[in-house]
Ligand binder design. Structure first.
Ligand code: SF4
Length: 298
């Protein structure tokens, strides 16, 4: 049966004609199916889609069809998408090394519970990003989530509201979550590599990411997600302690300790590069198949 709501969400992501996961046969991976235009009208901005109101920003408009999303990769089981050598040599984070600048601080943060952690983040002045922030933005969501999404840093709206991903990029992230049947706050935790807004929304610098890393590390330890999703290069740097190219790393599974890490584009980047939404959709499908395989093995 057609899932009209998800079709509408994918359409709002600019993924038209709509692509939808199609269950394969026994033991087979899902494939991506290209669907015809839906009979229903596109969901209007602000319309209640049955899962709560969603107001896509003006920038999120249906893009031109991207015909080449049906790739061979989409039909290959996740286990075959993990390059054996690459998986073995994928960078593994070394939080202790990055925390050498102040091991006492890192050790103190590593023992914190949620309340103390969020309070400490709120009062933190460990790096220059504290100077321009209105408030620190620790993270949001289900503290026992299987999925944890990590972005790069708060933007203007996030800085005002104290919650990550609430601006235009946040709306797109919500649509991306919805497209794979996830929802903010339900089995999903969202955090950033740095907790304070970089001035003029610039990319956080490596030293800022390193200084803030103990907070992210503790959040991951407390949530204990089954899969981590790195949204953009700064997030990948924070999670993997390695400079990687997102384009060259898609479809691979990295590891942070025992936790698999999948990388994809940051929603803010996707707002500026709508054609790459198709790749992000592939990455989410990949992550979902990985999650299912992990669940089957558990
Ligand atoms: S970005 Fe992180 S390390 Fe820097 S002041 Fe904010 S909370 Fe502290």
């Amino acid at each position: 049966m057609r899932d009209v709501r998800r079709d509408a969400v994918l359409r709002e992501m600019g993924l038209a004609p709509v692509w939808r996961l199609r269950a394969g046969g026994e033991g087979a991976a899902e494939a991506i199916e290209v669907l015809p235009e839906p009979e229903s009208a596109p969901v209007a901005a602000g319309a209640d889609q049955g899962g709560g109101a969603w107001s896509p920003p003006a920038q999120i408009v249906p893009a031109e069809p991207v015909p080449e999303v049906r790739s061979m990769r989409a039909a290959i089981p996740v286990r075959d998408l993990i390059p054996r050598a690459a998986a073995a040599t994928a960078p593994v984070a070394a939080p202790d090394r990055r925390d050498d600048g102040d091991p006492a601080r890192a050790g103190r943060i590593a023992r914190m519970g949620w309340d103390e952690l969020e309070s400490d983040i709120g009062a933190c002045r460990a790096c220059r990003l504290c100077e321009k922030r209105r408030q620190a933005v620790p993270g949001v969501g289900d503290r026992s989530a299987e999925w944890m999404f990590v972005g790069e840093g708060p933007g203007s709206e996030e800085d005002q509201r104290g919650e990550p991903f609430v601006g235009a990029a946040g709306k797109l992230l919500d649509a991306m979550l919805s497209a794979i049947d996830l929802k903010r706050g339900e089995n999903v935790y969202i955090a950033n590599a740095v907790k304070c807004r970089p001035p003029h929304n610039r990319t956080p610098q490596a030293d800022e990411i390193a200084i803030c890393h103990p907070y992210l590390a503790r959040q991951i330890e407390l949530v204990r997600p089954r899969v981590l999703i790195a949204l953009g290069r700064p997030a990948a740097l924070a999670l993997l302690d390695a400079e990687i190219s997102i384009g060259a790393s898609r479809g691979r599974v990295f590891h942070r300790g025992e936790i698999p890490v999948v990388v994809t584009y940051h929603p803010a980047y996707l707002l500026r590069n709508q054609a790459d939404k198709a790749k992000a959709w592939e990455d989410l499908c990949f992550a979902r198949r990985l999650m299912r395989e992990l669940a089957e093995k558990a």
